[in-house]
Design a protein around this ligand. Structure first.
Ligand code: DC
Length: 229
């Protein structure tokens, strides 16, 4: 079996897409590309510029001109990459709860998606890539050689996310995290354009009760690579 050249990983928030995607890409020597970063960066730009979140035209205009860059991590502070917004390091700012509150709304706008999808497709065409998001297997790379849909129960995802936020020093409750995730899931899966759903030919992996190593092993097996080398 040849190792798939392009790998799409989709799934709901906090299903482990980036954790698994980054490890898989490392193991295969591929580029890891987290498309959620782009929607988060646009959302941060909208908030910082004081643009009305409900003004689809203004938000779209901004999405078309902002410059988002993703590079290898320059600081060893737990980041998987550096994210630059118009040249400024916003790696942690895009993880802010305020961004999370609005990112689903902004990423449902057609023009915003068009702008982001174009760039993602260009990167996908180069191959040797693990791309993660919500619509990678269905819209961005419908011809991906391997499509994985990572899933987990809302409760498990909320627990994981809560631990992540507490470790970063954020003051949130588990209930708040759960409610926020549920709302995001609902918007992401019910939007008209490119909703979150598994592609018909995706392999669905439910990660409830599985460790990162166990999920990674399954993903590597799907790539035709033995997991525990
Ligand atoms: O994966 P994430 O939590 O960083 O994604 C943030 C938001 O971006 C998510 O709520 C929906 C949106 N998103 C999207 O619509 N399409 C993608 N391919 C990736 C993310």
């Amino acid at each position: 079996m040849t190792i798939p050249n392009s790998i799409a990983i989709d799934g709901p928030a906090s299903s482990g897409k980036s954790t698994i995607g980054v490890r898989l890409a490392e193991r295969l020597g591929y580029l890891f590309f987290d498309t959620g970063i782009m929607y988060r960066a646009v959302t941060l730009a909208v908030i910082r510029k004081g643009i009305d979140i409900n003004d689809e035209d203004e938000v779209t205009r901004l999405a078309q001109i902002v410059h988002i860059d993703v590079r290898s991590p320059s600081i060893a502070d737990g980041r998987k990459e550096d994210v630059l917004l118009d040249g400024e390091d916003v790696t942690w700012a895009i993880r802010d709860p305020e961004v999370e509150k609005w990112v689903s709304k902004i990423s449902a706008y057609a023009g915003v998606r068009r702008a982001m999808t174009q760039l993602q497709r260009r990167i996908g065409k180069r191959g040797r890539v693990v791309m993660v998001g919500r619509d990678i297997g269905t819209v961005v790379m419908p011809d991906a050689d391997l499509k994985i849909y990572l899933d987990a129960s809302l409760e498990e995802r909320a627990r994981r996310r809560y631990q992540e936020l507490v470790q970063r020093g954020e003051s949130v409750t588990l209930k708040e995290v759960l409610v926020g995730l549920k709302k995001r899931d609902q918007i992401d899966s019910s939007r008209e354009i490119a909703p979150l759903k598994p592609a018909k030919d995706a392999v669905i992996l439910n990660t409830d009760g599985l460790s990162i190593e166990e999920v990674l092993k399954k993903a590597l097996e799907l790539c035709g690579v033995v997991g525990n080398e």
